[in-house]
Ligand binder design. Structure first.
Ligand code: UDP
Length: 237
C-alpha cells in the first residue's frame, strides 16, 4: 500500500450520483462507495472520512440569498451529519466497523469528536467518519478534512471529484483543458484552481500534507489511489 492512513474527502453531491429520483442520497452510489471502502479496509488501510453537505444545504449559498451566515453554516454542518449517518449505515451493512464522530455534540446519534478516541478506533481497524465539519461557521468541509487529516496523522488526503483531476481550466466547459499529474500548493493558490478553498490548501501547504484529487465516478479508483497506482493529480510541494 502506498498509504497506510488515508483521509477520504467526499462532497455531499457525490452521494446523489446521477439519480433523477430527486433523492439526496442514492443507495446505489453509497453502496458502491461502501464496497470500495470494504476492500481497502481489508487491505489494512486505516481510513477516516469527511463528507460535505452540498447535496442538502450550503451555507454560503443561503447567506447570498439573505439568510444570516452563521445560522446558514450551522444548517450546512447539520447536513453533513445526515450524510455521515447515511454512509455509516451503508458501511455497517457490508460489515465495516464504523464510528461517526461529530464536531457539534449530539450524543444520541454520534460520538463527540475526541482525537484520542478517533486514533484508538483507527488502530482497531474501524472507519471513522468525521461529521459537522470543523464545528465552526465560515469554514468548509475541505478545511475540516485537512484538519482531521493532520489530527489523525494521515499520509494523504484523497479528495473525490467528478472529473479525473486538476485541470488548467474547467474540463466540463473547455475540451482543450489539460490535466496536471502533479502541481504545487503555491501554483494551485496562484492560479486560483478550484481544488479546495484557499484556507484548506494553505493548511496543507503549511503542514506538507499531500492531496490526491481523483475521479470517484470511476469504479476502483479509491483502491487504485491507496495502492499508489497513478490516478488523478497529486498536489504537493
Ligand atoms: N460548514 C461550516 N463549517 C465547517 C464545514 C461546513 O460552516 O467547518 C457548512 C457550510 O455552510 C458549508 C456546508 O456546511 O456550505 C456544507 O459543507 P460543504 O459546502 O463544504 O460541502 P460539500 O461542498 O463538500 O458537499
Amino acid at each position: 500500500m502506498a498509504y497506510k492512513r488515508v483521509l477520504l474527502k467526499l462532497s455531499g453531491e457525490a452521494l446523489m450520483g446521477n439519480s433523477r429520483s430527486g433523492s439526496i442520497v442514492d443507495p446505489g452510489v453509497v453502496g458502491a462507495i461502501a464496497a470500495e471502502v470494504l476492500e481497502i479496509v481489508g487491505l489494512g488501510v486505516s481510513l477516516g472520512i469527511v463528507i460535505g453537505g452540498g447535496n442538502i444545504f450550503r451555507g454560503v449559498e443561503a447567506s447570498a440569498e439573505g439568510m444570516d451566515r452563521t445560522s446558514a453554516d450551522y444548517m450546512g454542518m447539520l447536513a453533513t451529519v445526515i450524510n455521515s449517518l447515511a454512509l455509516q449505515s451503508a458501511f455497517e451493512g457490508v460489515g465495516i466497523a464504523t464510528r461517526v464522530q461529530t464536531a457539534i455534540a449530539m450524543r444520541e446519534i454520534a460520538e463527540p469528536f475526541i482525537q484520542r478516541r478517533a486514533m484508538r478506533h483507527l488502530e482497531k481497524g474501524r472507519v471513522v467518519i468525521f461529521a459537522a465539519g470543523t464545528g465552526n461557521p465560515y469554514f468548509t468541509t475541505d478545511t475540516a478534512a485537512v484538519l482531521r487529516a493532520m489530527e489523525i496523522k494521515a499520509d494523504v488526503i484523497m479528495k473525490a471529484t467528478k472529473v479525473d483531476g486538476v485541470y488548467d481550466k474547467d474540463p466540463v466547459k473547455y475540451s482543450d483543458a489539460v490535466m496536471y499529474e502533479r502541481i504545487s500548493y503555491n501554483d494551485v493558490l496562484a492560479k486560483d484552481l478550484k481544488v479546495m478553498d484557499a484556507t484548506a490548501i494553505s493548511l496543507c501547504r503549511d503542514n506538507r500534507l499531500p492531496v490526491l484529487v481523483f475521479n470517484l465516478q470511476k469504479a476502483g479508483n479509491i483502491v487504485r489511489g491507496v495502492s499508489g497506482i497513478r490516478i488523478g493529480t497529486l498536489v504537493g510541494d
